[in-house]
Design a protein around this ligand. Structure first.
Ligand SMILES: Nc1nc2c(c(=O)[nH]1)N=C([C@H](O)[C@H](O)COP(=O)(O)OP(=O)(O)OP(=O)(O)O)CN2
Ligand SMILES: [Zn+2]
Length: 148
């Protein structure tokens, strides 16, 4: 019988952003996002944790080589987001508010593109925007089709 394990790696990155939705008026944006709608933005030191679920290979003793996961997170997360203005430098956020929820979804999609093939899958993306504010995304989708 094989063993299923969860492998997790953490990275940190710094980025600036402004919470603003193009679906709302200026007044609605101010009302909803408050100080986070400040026109000149603000910054966070984000922490992101990636969890991979898979079978422990009986010959190597690994679900996946953490060195490969480190490389993948470098390309899919750090190269894209570290020391960037999320709203201005990352096209994904041009028309999508750069909330922690959407940062987690962006990272999920990008990690999946860069993850080497193996007997494992991306299980969870956890993004800490501050020490207090954390979002978890596990790739779950709703059935509604009216998502902008
Ligand atoms: N659902 C979400 N709500 C909010 C988000 C978000 O990403 N998703 N983001 C923000 C702000 O960008 C920011 O995170 C709030 O910062 P702040 O209030 O400073 O964070 P803390 O709660 O950790 O700070 P305190 O020291 O406790 O005030 C707002 N909402
Ligand atoms: Zn913020």
């Amino acid at each position: 019988m094989g063993h299923i394990a969860y492998l997790r790696r953490k990275e940190t990155f710094s980025a600036a952003h402004r919470l603003h939705s193009s679906y709302l008026t200026e007044e609605e944006n101010k009302e909803l996002y408050g100080k986070c709608n400040n026109p000149n933005g603000h910054g966070h030191n984000y922490t992101v944790e990636i969890t991979i679920r898979g079978e422990v290979d009986p010959h190597t003793g690994m679900v996946m080589n953490l060195t490969d996961l480190k490389k993948c997170m470098g390309v899919a997360i750090l190269d894209e987001l570290d020391h960037k203005n999320l709203d201005l430098d990352v096209p994904y956020f041009t028309n999508c508010p750069s909330t922690t929820e959407m940062v987690a979804v962006f990272i999920w999609n990008n990690i999946r593109k860069h993850l080497p093939k193996g007997k494992y899958e991306l299980y969870e993306v956890k993004v800490h925007e501050t020490d207090n504010n954390v979002v978890i995304f596990r790739g779950e989708l709703t059935s509604t089709e009216d998502v902008p």
